[in-house]
Design a protein around this ligand. Structure first.
Ligand code: SIN
Ligand code: FE
Length: 282
């Protein structure tokens, strides 16, 4: 399991190692560092609106979605989400300082629902190994960098599987993916299925995500390792690169950032550059 994680102590961070191993596809793991400003009355699934599984907050516009307005917990929730957004940014400043000036804010997400036993289609099932790609929100080559914190109050770990390295995933699936079609991308945009034009990169990443999740043989046979992130721990990972699956756990905070590849230490390790080697239109 250790070869998948780089364990760091928040008070003694090795920045050189952090950036190097993160970009190589390891998870930066802080076993004893976590976000403390969690109100106990927010730790309930009943705060979710309808069938939604996550509450999402936009730190740029200070807007919250998918929580039950009648709960009366709106301002406490906003406080927690904004606090977690700040916590995440500060952790990146301390750990990966060269990224900090170039990061773009994504959403803050609170996941108060238990994962285990959840029903969903294979494509939407994050219990199956995948790399992240968003069908409606193209990233145009930006890296997806996420900060996770397990805030479970009952000592329940967040259990993940981690799969094979990105070059191997690509090697296995790239040739099965049909070429990008700009006309189709324009139609998707026109129909508002995507928020902006789906780029060639987004097309290939989304199909990679789907191919991985839909392949039962792959899911069963690929080499993987189970990792338990304990309650009150934090981890940082490029989820567009690292094969991951969330098997069980409840009560998680997550902050998404986007990073242009040119601000990486080694842009060649990015999925974008790896796709460009095999598909010239990316
Ligand atoms: C995922 O990004 O696939 C889910 C992670 C989690 O909720 O633990
Ligand atoms: Fe994911």
């Amino acid at each position: 399991m250790d070869s998948y994680l780089l364990t760091q102590n928040r008070d003694q961070i090795n920045q050189q190692n952090s950036i190097h191993f993160l970009e190589e596809g390891k998870v930066l793991f802080f076993p004893e560092y976590f976000f403390r400003e969690v109100a106990p009355d927010l730790m309930t699934e009943t705060i979710l609106d309808g069938s939604r599984k996550n509450i999402s907050y936009d730190p740029s516009y200070k807007r919250m979605s998918a929580y039950k307005k009648e709960s009366g917990l709106g301002s406490k929730l906003t406080h927690m989400m904004q606090g977690y957004a700040d916590f995440s940014y500060q952790l990146i400043q301390a750990t990966l300082p060269s990224y900090a000036p170039y990061l773009r804010w994504g959403r803050t997400s609170f996941r108060p629902a238990q994962i285990d036993g959840r029903l969903s289609s294979k494509r939407k099932d994050d219990r199956r190994l995948h790399v992240d790609s968003f069908s409606a929100s193209p990233v145009h080559g930006l890296r997806i960098l996420r900060v996770f914190c397990n805030i479970n109050p009952n000592e329940e770990p967040r259990t993940w599987n981690l799969g094979e390295p990105f070059p191997q995933v690509l090697e296995r699936f790239a040739s099965q993916i049909s070429p990008y079609n700009m006309f189709k991308a324009r139609v998707l945009k026109l129909l508002k299925i995507t928020k902006t034009l789906r780029s060639a990169y987004d097309h290939y990443m989304l199909h990679l995500h789907d191919k991985m999740k839909l392949d039962d043989g792959y899911q069963a046979q690929v080499q993987k390792v189970q990792v338990n992130f304990p309650a009150r721990s934090t981890w940082i990972v490029f989820t567009d690169q690292v094969s991951h699956a969330a098997l069980s756990g409840q009560h998680l905070l997550e902050q998404t950032f986007y990073l242009p590849v040119e601000h990486m230490l080694n842009p060649n390790s990015s999925p974008l550059r790896q796709w460009q080697k095999i598909r010239p239109e990316v």
